[in-house]
Structures are given as C-alpha cells and as structure tokens.
Write a protein that binds this ligand. Structure first.
Ligand code: PMP
Ligand code: GLN
Length: 381
C-alpha cells in the first residue's frame, strides 16, 4: 500500500540521526539540544509527590488551572504583563506540538507561511501537513539579522502566517525591540498571523533583554507565542510547554488541541505549577552564560572560528573553514566518528540544504563534558 507523503522532508530528523551516531561511536553529544545535567531535585520530588497524591487522571483540556495561573503570575512578575490564565494560556505537550497546533489553527490548503532560515526543522513539515506552502526567507550571516526587504518581497495575498524564533536556534541571534516594530509595520494592513517561537526566552546573555511578542500590544493581538518548560527547567523529556494567545486565537487553538492530544500529562503539570510558584534557583541566563563563556574560552584552543558569540539560546555556531572544506553534513559525521564529538550541520536548518560550512554546538552541558569535548577537538590543530 502507498500511504501519502504528507510533507516534503525525507528521512529522519537530524537530531535523531546525530544523537544515534553519537551513541554508536561513543562520542560526546553536543548535537541535539538537551542538558546532560540533572533537573532540580525539588522538581523531581514534586513529580513523585504528584503521582503519590493521586494526580494521575486527565487534567482539564486547557491545562491544570494551577499551572496556567502560575504561568500568568510568572509573566506578571517577569514581564509585568497581564495574561488571563483561563482565556489566553493553553498547556501543550511541548512547543513542537504547540507550533503544529497553531499552524493548524490558521492554515488552509493553498495558503502560504513565511519562515526565516536557518529554521527549526519542524516548521516546514508542519506547514505542509496543513496543505500550505512554506516560503523560506534567509537570515543574513554572520549575525543572522532579518533583511526586511526580503520579507516584504515574500508576502503575497496568500500569506497567512509568519513564524519567527528569538532567541534563535541554531544561530543564537536575538530580536531587538526595533525588529518587532518593523514587523508590526509590515503586517499592519494584512491578515498575517504571527507564530512567535520563544522557547529560549530565558536564555539571553550579556545583560540583554528578551523582547516577547506579548510585550508588543499591536502584534500581541495577532500572535501565538509558544514556550517550552523543557528548555527552562532542564527536563526536555517531560515534553510540556504552553501557548499564549489572545482569547479568539486561544479558542481556535483549543478547537484543534482537544482532538489532537486533548490534554497533557497531569503529574508533570502539578509538579511544574508548584515549582514555578516557589522557584529560587539561579536565573537560567546567568547559569547558561557561564557555560557559553567557558565553552568559548575553551574553543580558542581549537581551529574552529566563532564569527559571533551566541547572544541567546544554548547553541553556538562555528565555522570549520580552517580545518577542511567538506560539506557540513559530511564534516559532522566525520567529526563524530574520527574525533568523538557530535554536532549538528547547519545546512539541516535550510530547506535547500544551503551549506555555509557551519556546525552547531550545544553548550547546555556539564563543564566536564565541555572540557572533554574540547580536549578531543584540540587534536584537529
Ligand atoms: N522551537 C525551537 C526553536 C526549538 O529549538 C525546540 C527544541 N526543542 C522547540 C521549538 C521544541 O520544544 P519542545 O521540546 O518543547 O517540543
Ligand atoms: N530543539 C532541539 C535542537 O534543536 C531538538 C529537538 C528535537 O530533537 N526535535 O537540538
């Protein structure tokens, strides 16, 4: 039987491929984005407490009220934003799911959606699974800023959505307030819906501030903002995130969500709610900045070139122009097999597999892991 190919991506995602290759060759895995250190013991205890105390049946469809209220209070505290926990927040099984559900709430067959490349690899398949067409626009290296003229040129009467990601995976670039204002001006007289992928919102460096789409009163009215607890609390495997959107968008989102997963793991939601309300851990940005700085310092001992330190996210892009001229996919495989360090080739984030000979390192790792990886990379000198 021939089952339909619902999207144009072929094979298995690069994150699965590189993590499997790392395991196969006993390599240090700086490829897929996840921490190799444990989550806070307090959060683990709360998960146990939840299961033990009977929080094991379906949570309400939009998410546990306690968790939605904790998220709303947390946004009031951190951004001074008023978000209605009942009408604007939906708990999702991770941000990847939230992005798919937001696209599905908006897109119809024949529509177009603009993505900014390099881009997280689920965006294009998610657009295509809705019968719509992805329109990629390139960010401009080496700092990967937006070229607004290319965005304007990409907009047609069929454009129904634009997805952006700040802080950015894989480049570490972050949007300024000016970027948001420019976007607002461009979409002002259109029906374009914004999907704002902000999973790394709390990982931003050098005293900079993350600007959320929710802080832009005009754009907020036409946006879905997507978040992931996994990136914040070092528990990517829990796959819990949330979507914040205005009430009419949230109704549309839940219309899809109730028939996709319906609801999300209850003990995880209980644990996160209580943890967020009492969290006193070191702020994530300062913890991750130490790791970024440590990694960048170590990398000076290797022949890799860092064109720009990551301004946010837990990824650093590096060029291997001084090592060899292999295609980046080949280089990443070679590095894993021969030197025992797994990374992600940046071409995987382009629809046309554009190869700028860059690889991405994930530095959300223990210092020992980063040091051991660089010990291995030094041998390339
Ligand atoms: N967006 C971006 C840019 C990401 O890097 C990730 C990575 N995990 C996600 C979304 C998805 O997050 P989740 O694991 O919560 O699905
Ligand atoms: N977002 C993670 C990364 O970029 C991986 C998520 C996944 O494996 N799909 O590495």
């Amino acid at each position: 039987m021939n089952l339909p190919q619902k999207h144009s991506a072929t094979g298995t995602t690069i994150f699965t491929v590189m993590s499997a290759l790392a395991t196969q060759h006993n390599a240090i895995n700086l490829s897929q984005g996840f921490p190799d250190f444990p989550l806070d013991e307090q959060l683990a205890k709360l998960l146990h407490e939840a299961a033990h105390n009977g929080f094991n049946q379906y949570a309400p469809m939009p998410g546990l009220p306690l968790l939605r209220q904790a998220v709303a209070d947390n946004f009031k505290k951190r951004y001074n934003l008023d978000i209605n926990a009942d009408t604007e927040i939906t708990i999702t099984p991770g941000a990847t799911y939230g992005i798919y559900t937001a696209f599905t709430s908006v897109l119809q067959p024949g529509d177009e959606a603009i993505i900014l490349e390099p881009a997280y690899d689920s965006y294009i398949p998610n657009i295509e699974m809705n019968g719509a067409k992805a329109v990629p626009v390139s960010l401009v290296a080496p700092d990967f800023h937006v070229d607004w003229n290319t965005i304007k040129a990409a907009i047609t009467p069929k454009t129904k959505a634009l997805i952006l990601n700040t802080p950015h995976n894989p480049t570490g670039a972050v949007w300024t307030k000016q970027d948001w204002d420019t976007l607002a001006g461009i979409v002002r007289n259109t029906d374009i819906v914004i999907l704002s992928d902000e999973v790394y919102e709390q990982i931003i460096f050098d005293g900079q501030k993350h600007y959320s789409v929710l802080e832009h009163p005009e754009l907020r009215q036409r946006s879905f903002a997507l978040f992931s607890f996994g990136k914040v609390f070092h528990n990517t495997g829990w796959k819990i995130g949330y979507c914040i959107a205005p009430p009419d968008f949230t109704i549309a989102f839940r219309r899809i969500h109730q028939f996709l997963s319906f609801t999300v793991n209850t003990p995880g939601q209980y644990a996160l709610a209580h943890y967020i309300m009492n969290n006193s851990a070191e702020p994530l940005h300062s913890m991750m900045q130490k790791k970024r700085d440590y990694f960048l310092e170590l990398m000076k001992q290797t022949p890799f070139t860092i064109h720009k330190p990551a301004a946010g996210s837990y990824f650093q892009v590096a060029s291997y122009e001084r090592i060899n001229s292999m295609p980046d996919m080949e280089f990443a495989q070679w590095l894993t097999k021969e030197y025992g360090v797994a990374t992600i080739p940046v071409s995987a984030f382009y629809n046309n597999k554009k190869d700028d000979k860059l690889i991405r390192f994930c530095f959300a790792k223990k210092e020992d892991t980063l040091m051991e990886a660089v010990e291995r990379l030094r041998k390339l000198s």
